[in-house]
Ligand binder design. Structure first.
Ligand SMILES: *Cc1c(COP(=O)(O)O)cnc(C)c1O
Length: 424
C-alpha cells in the first residue's frame, strides 16, 4: 500500500487498522470470510476502469477485447462448478440478483412465497420492508414451533392454497440442510417456478458439504462473498430456458455496467473453489460448526434445533441470562465478532433479540479446527457469565473482556489468515 499511504495516509491508516482487526479477532459472522490474496489482487485491478454494458459479443461500448474473454471465462467456470446450463455473473450483490430473478419471472402483483425473515429467511424473499414485499403479493412460511425445523407439509399446504408464481427457498440463518428436491416437487405441482437462494450455502454446495439445488430447481441465486470465498457480488444460474429473461432483467432491467474487477476476482475464486482443497475446506466448515454447537450446548447454551448441519450455529443467549445484543456486544469487546439475531418465535424485539448467530466459514479459512472450536465455546461461555452477573461492576467486566481478547489474539497469531498483509 506504499502508493496509497503517500496519496491518502488517512484512508491507508484505516485500511491497515482493518487489516489488523481481521487478523486479531475470531470472526464468526456467518456471511463473512477471508478471500485469498489472488482474489484481492484481481479486485484491485484495472478492470475497475472499464465500462461494458451488455454481454460478451453484445456490448454498447467498444474496447471489450479483454472484458469479453474475462466474462466468458467466469461464466464457463460458474456453469462447470455448479452444474448449471447458464450463469449470469453481473449482479452487483445477492439482493439485486434476487430482484432481477423476480423481474424476469414474475409480474408486479404476482404471488411469491419465501421463508420469513423472522424464521431465518432473507429480506429479499418478500419481507414487507424490502422491495420484494412492496411489488409482490407475499406468502411467507416458517419453521415449526416444536423443533424449529421447516415444515414441508405446511409449505405444501400453503403452496396449494396460494398457488404462487415463484417458490423461493434459501436462508440466512437456518442451521439445517434444505431439501431442494422436496421444494421443487411442491412448487412444480402448483405450477410455480422454484428459486433456490444459496447465498450462504454456495461454498458448501460446490465443496460437496451440502446437497446441490441442481437439477431440482429452476433458478439458483447466490452471493459470491460468503462461504464461496470470492469478491462481494452476486450470481444467477438457471436452465437455458430462462437464460434470456434473466439476462435481460439484470441488464438493462435492473443494472447498468457490470463491475468487471469483481468479475475478474470471481473468476479467480471459482477456480480456487474447483480445487480438491476446497472440498476439504467445505467439510471443515461443517465439522467445525458441529463441534462448536456441541461445545456450547455443554456450556449450557440452548442451541436452536439442537445442533447444525451446515456452517451456522444459532444460540438462544437468554438460556444464559443475557440478550443476544448484550452477548454480541460483550463478545466483540472480547475479540469474538458475531451478530445478534432473532430466533424463531422470538418474544423479544428485533433490536434486542434473544439470539446470536455464529458461522464458521472465516475461522475455517484460517485453519481453525476442533480444538480451536472448543476453545471459542469456552470463551463465549466466560463472556456470557461475566455479562449476566449483575454484581460484576462495569470496570471489572471490561478487564475480563480484555483478558479474553488477549488470549484470542494469541491464538490468532498462530493462524495467519489468507489475504491479509498483517500477521501479528
Ligand atoms: C446475504 C444474503 C443475500 C443478500 O446479499 P447482499 O450481497 O447482502 O445483497 C440474499 N439472500 C440470502 C439468503 C443471503 O443470506
Amino acid at each position: 500500500m506504499a502508493g496509497l499511504r503517500q496519496v491518502d495516509p488517512e484512508v491507508a491508516h484505516i485500511l491497515s487498522a482493518e487489516n489488523r482487526r481481521q487478523h486479531a479477532k475470531v470472526r464468526l459472522i456467518a456471511s463473512e470470510n477471508y478471500v485469498s490474496h489472488a482474489v484481492l489482487e484481481a479486485t484491485a485491478s484495472v478492470m475497475t476502469n472499464k465500462y461494458s454494458e451488455g454481454y460478451p459479443g453484445r456490448r454498447y461500448y467498444e474496447g471489450q477485447q479483454q472484458v469479453d474473454r474475462l466474462e466468458a471465462l467466469c461464466v464457463r467456470r460458474a456453469c462447470e462448478l455448479f452444474g448449471a446450463e447458464h450463469a449470469n455473473v453481473q449482479p452487483y450483490s445477492g439482493s439485486p440478483a434476487n430482484l432481477a430473478v423476480y423481474l424476469a419471472l414474475a409480474k408486479p402483483g404476482d404471488t411469491i412465497m419465501g421463508q420469513a425473515l423472522a424464521h431465518g429467511g432473507h429480506l429479499t424473499h418478500g419481507d414487507p420492508v424490502s422491495m420484494s414485499g412492496v411489488l409482490y403479493r407475499v406468502v411467507q412460511y416458517g419453521v415449526r414451533p416444536e423443533d424449529y425445523r421447516l415444515d414441508y407439509d405446511e409449505i405444501e399446504r400453503l403452496a396449494h392454497q396460494h398457488r404462487p408464481r415463484l417458490l423461493i427457498c434459501g436462508h440466512s440463518s437456518y442451521p439445517r440442510q434444505l431439501d431442494f428436491a422436496r421444494f421443487a416437487a411442491i412448487g412444480h405441482a402448483v405450477g410455480a417456478l422454484v428459486v433456490a437462494d444459496i447465498a450462504h450455502l454456495s461454498g458448501l454446495v460446490v465443496g460437496g458439504a451440502h446437497p446441490s439445488p441442481f437439477p431440482h430447481v429452476d433458478v439458483v441465486t447466490t452471493t459470491t462473498h460468503k462461504s464461496l470465498r470470492g469478491p462481494r457480488g452476486g450470481m444467477i444460474m438457471c436452465r437455458r430456458e430462462w437464460a434470456e429473461a434473466i439476462d435481460k432483467a439484470v441488464f438493462p432491467g435492473l443494472q447498468g455496467g457490470p463491475h468487471n474487477h469483481t468479475t475478474a476476482a470471481l473468476a479467480v475464486a471459482l477456480r480456487e473453489a474447483a480445487q480438491p482443497a476446497f472440498r476439504d475446506y467445505a467439510r471443515r466448515i461443517v465439522d467445525n460448526a458441529q463441534v462448536l454447537a456441541a461445545a456450547l450446548q455443554e456450556q449450557g447454551f440452548r442451541v436452536i434445533t439442537g445442533g447444525t448441519e451446515n456452517h451456522l450455529v444459532v444460540l438462544d443467549a437468554t438460556s444464559r441470562g443475557v440478550t443476544g445484543r448484550q452477548l454480541a456486544k460483550a463478545l466483540d469487546a472480547a475479540g469474538i465478532v458475531c451478530n445478534f439475531n432473532r430466533i424463531p418465535f422470538d418474544p423479544q424485539p428485533a433490536m434486542h433479540p434473544s439470539g446470536v448467530r455464529l458461522g464458521t466459514p472465516a475461522v475455517s479459512s484460517r485453519g481453525f479446527g476442533a480444538d480451536q472450536m472448543r476453545q471459542i465455546a469456552s470463551w463465549i461461555s466466560r463472556v456470557a457469565r461475566v455479562r449476566a452477573d449483575a454484581a460484576v461492576p462495569l470496570e471489572q467486566r471490561r478487564v475480563a473482556y480484555a483478558e479474553i481478547a488477549h488470549e484470542v489474539r494469541q491464538l490468532c497469531d498462530r493462524f495467519p489468515a489468507p489475504g491479509l498483509t498483517y500477521h501479528g
